[in-house]
Design a protein around this ligand. Structure first.
Ligand SMILES: [Zn+2]
Length: 263
């Protein structure tokens, strides 16, 4: 990464980070494993089972380069007043050392389960959070050992008996309760950035859900006189002209950019 960006982070009072899909492990990577594919072939294709396999694969084979990039991001942001908005649903950011209280992932992930019929499962959010990951991993392990999935080993809704989905945007009847408390925190934090030295790092956010990162970040940079805005993307790095000298576009894969030695 460049000295210019490093210095901008160092000098800023506040740092806003947006992480896009360049940071996400592809959700269908599990299909490269024939054992998973054979299990998937034995289940209803419309059910949540593919999500379980996706999760099992991510847990067992985390992308080490991206993990390293998160660590680097943690070093850069250490001691800073920051907030991270991420479009990633692979949860790799959690447990990376970055402060979970300063992260929002509006597309969901694998940290809770929900029912496709909207049945309230647990507590205020209606989501099931306790021990869900272990239960799913164990059931996939058993299925792999037996060569076939046992339906009753996987979590299902106590009300309607349907198998449960992970709380992800692609799931039927996506429950936004999973991220809304953090989103509220984020919008409050954002209000406090006005007219303060703000460094905005938009990393790898293309045109998928541009209303979450890309467009609002441009707006924030436009209205803040003291903002600096770095947009890093392998293809969609173009900066809107309105931002003038506040905006810098960098045509590079943002994960690789972060891991580069500074020059
Ligand atoms: Zn239900």
């Amino acid at each position: 990464m460049t000295k210019e960006v490093e210095r901008a982070i160092e000098e800023a009072q506040l740092v806003l980070v947006g992480l896009g899909t360049e940071w996400e492990t592809p959700a269908d990577r599990w299909k490269e494993n024939p054992l998973y594919v054979s299990l998937a072939a034995q289940t209803e294709s419309s059910g949540p089972f593919e999500q379980y396999l996706c999760f099992h694969d991510l847990e067992h084979n985390p992308d080490l380069e991206k993990k390293k990039a998160y660590q680097k991001l943690g070093q850069l942001l250490q001691g800073k007043n920051y907030f991270i908005v991420s479009l990633c649903r692979d949860d790799l950011i959690y447990g990376s050392g970055l402060d979970e209280g300063r992260i929002v992932t509006p597309c969901g992930g694998f940290r809770a389960l929900q029912c496709e019929n909207g049945c309230p499962l647990c507590g205020e959010s209606g989501l099931l959070k306790e021990d869900v990951q272990k239960a799913v991993l164990r059931a996939v392990d058993e299925a792999l050992a037996a060569g076939k999935p046992k339906r009753e080993a996987f979590p299902f809704c106590p009300s309607c008996q349907k198998p449960l989905w992970f709380n992800r945007i692609s799931s039927p009847a996506y429950r936004e309760e999973g991220y809304l408390p953090q989103w509220e925190k984020y919008t409050k934090w954002l209000q406090g950035t006005l007219n303060r030295d703000l460094c905005i790092l938009e990393l790898g956010a293309g045109m998928q859900f541009p209303q979450i990162i890309r467009f609002p970040f441009e707006k924030v940079a436009y209205f803040n006189q003291k903002a600096r805005f770095f947009r890093v993307h392998s293809r969609l790095y173009q900066m809107t002209e309105e931002l003038g000298e506040k905006g810098v576009s960098i045509a590079k894969n943002s994960v690789e950019f972060l891991l580069e030695e500074s020059e």
